[in-house]
Design a protein around this ligand. Structure first.
Ligand SMILES: [Mg+2]
Length: 255
């Protein structure tokens, strides 16, 4: 716990905002990112690989030794090695399975359209229940539909949020770091950016738009996170970094 507390620090960006004369920040609204913020995204990936492995095992004539588990393990091994864009191709090559681009496209579609077996960590549920008593909560998430909607459904979180904005509904060019999704969300929930804070994990894209609009920003650095890249420039940097959602209530009070 002590280590966790030591891990929280301000990057300096938020402090600059705080020091603007006459600009006392009053946070009324907490906006969350979804993947690797409220749950570990790798759990979704595992669930997707499992669905695709089940499909292949049922649909193809496979040698006896090639169990559903073996296919799943092969997907997972390539994913773990960092192959995030050609995972199915590489795994099927290794397993000696025939495929073409059409097969791969249908596996990707199956992955994105599967109903995931994921659940909200206790820590996240406790946090949302605590914060909803004090703040307005909202969710803004990038990613393919219906995948993101199925995640929200499986995690059973929609009831916590005044509004959920799926940037995919606006078009892929409006995924983060575009500001449009954030602006539309603010309009929906009738809030000014300076009263809002965005909590995300990805320092490459999550904080550019909220920083630009004048929101506070907090990065959660989960141990199992997928995106570990540092921010590309100071405008992409979060105001505060925390190592656990448990640190969020205190971090919000310090904004
Ligand atoms: Mg994320």
């Amino acid at each position: 716990m002590e280590n966790e507390r030591k891990f929280e620090w301000s990057t300096g960006w938020g402090q600059e905002r705080e020091q603007l004369p006459g600009k006392k920040i009053v946070i009324t609204t907490v906006i969350f990112d979804l993947d690797d913020t409220l749950y570990d995204e790798v759990d979704y990936c595992r669930s997707g690989f499992s669905a695709v492995a089940r499909f292949l095992h049922n649909a193809m004539r496979l040698p006896v030794w090639m169990s559903q588990e073996k296919i799943h393990e092969t997907f997972w091994a390539h994913f773990q090695k960092g192959n995030r864009s050609q995972t199915f191709n590489a795994a099927m090559d290794e397993l000696g399975l025939d495929y073409d681009e059409e097969v791969i496209a249908s596996l990707v579609r199956l992955y994105r359209e599967h109903h995931p077996k994921i659940s909200l960590p206790r820590e996240s549920r406790d946090l949302l229940e605590k914060l909803e008593k004090r703040y307005k909560l909202a969710l803004l998430t990038d990613g393919f539909l219906p995948a993101q909607q199925y995640k929200v459904e499986a995690l059973e979180i929609s009831g916590y949020f005044a509004h959920i904005l799926y940037t995919e509904n606006l078009g892929r060019s409006y995924w983060k770091p575009h500001t449009k999704g954030f602006e539309m969300l603010l309009k929906k929930i009738h809030e000014c950016p300076e009263n809002c804070v965005y909590i995300g994990d990805n320092a490459q894209k999550d904080f550019i738009a909220p920083n630009k609009l004048g929101m506070s920003t907090i990065q959660l650095v989960r141990p199992n996170r997928i995106h570990q890249e540092a921010p590309g420039n100071p405008l992409a940097a979060p105001g505060t970094i925390i190592a656990s959602l448990n640190q969020l209530p205190a971090a919000l009070k310090r904004l």
